[in-house]
Design a protein around this ligand. Structure first.
Ligand code: NAG
Length: 256
């Protein structure tokens, strides 16, 4: 029921900006999300701003004008702007959460993270960076507890098991590290990484250091792998594996 309600609470704001050649209309949309977050949300606070009318549209326009604003929340007449990323599948941090607002809106209108909470595997685990961490939540704010890290070893890998072959349109890795240029992303039905086709063959980090892996058409597979075919270590954090339904509704593209 909640999801249905959220789907209809998108707000859309049209802005007229002045391009030298022509006036360009920019459309952007936010989806309302559950307004309670854990304490680490404050790590991603960009700024707060009091708006006279405390209106959603005023906050939305201000958020849109900040390049790294992905989430804004309203409390009274104050807008709180964050670079935290949350999908509209976010269930909230629960009552009594330290960051409780009256309303929050996210740029990420994805409710179809089919990787959320799936079983995961790896060859090794460095310290507390367990392989289950990256798919633990639908909310991303530089939390080291959302990272997997391997030891330095031969052919390190991180794998997410979707349970059955699923159509995957995009994989978003919000933070990563230690990658060697030979890093590979594979999706298929085999539990051995190398026996699966490459999910994408080219990939470029966004200006915020994320990897959005999007093949030309969705790929069907059960096991998603991040791996390197050499002696190395890898780190991946906050991974969203997006199914086909709503991954293409809209996405911010600040790279252009
Ligand atoms: C995985 O299995 C499904 C269902 O049998 C099939 O449609 C899909 O093409 C397979 N994926 C790969 C990468 O072989």
């Amino acid at each position: 029921m909640r999801r249905l309600r959220l789907m209809v609470t998108l707000i859309q704001v049209a802005l007229l900006s002045h391009h030298p050649a022509a006036a360009v209309m920019t459309n952007f949309r936010f989806a309302q999300v559950t307004p309670s977050f854990p304490s680490d949300l404050q790590r991603c606070l960009l700024m707060t701003k009091t708006v006279e009318d405390g209106s959603v549209a005023s906050c939305a326009v201000a958020c849109h004008s900040m390049q790294s604003c992905f989430l804004f929340c309203i409390q009274g007449t104050t807008c709180h702007f964050f670079r935290a990323k949350v999908t509209n599948g976010w269930a909230g941090a629960g009552t009594g959460a330290p960051n409780q607002f009256s309303r929050c809106w996210s740029l990420y209108q994805y409710s179809n993270d089919i990787g959320l909470g799936v079983s995961t595997a790896s060859q090794s685990v460095f310290l507390t960076y367990d392989h289950s961490n990256p798919v633990g939540k639908l909310y991303s704010c530089d939390d080291p507890n959302s990272c997997y890290e391997s030891n330095i070893e031969s052919n390190p890998f991180w794998m997410a098991d979707l349970g059955s072959p699923k159509s995957v349109s995009e994989v978003r890795i919000h933070k990563y590290g230690l990658f060697n240029p030979v890093v590979e992303f594979r999706l298929g039905n085999d539990t051995t990484a190398a026996n699966n086709p490459h999910f994408v063959t080219s990939f470029t980090p966004t200006i915020f250091g994320e990897l959005f892996l999007k093949p030309p058409t969705p790929v069907i597979g059960r096991y998603f792998f991040v791996t390197e075919n050499l002696v190395s270590d890898i780190r991946v954090c906050d991974v969203w594996i997006l199914g086909v339904q709503d991954s293409d509704i809209w996405k911010p593209n600040w790279n252009n």
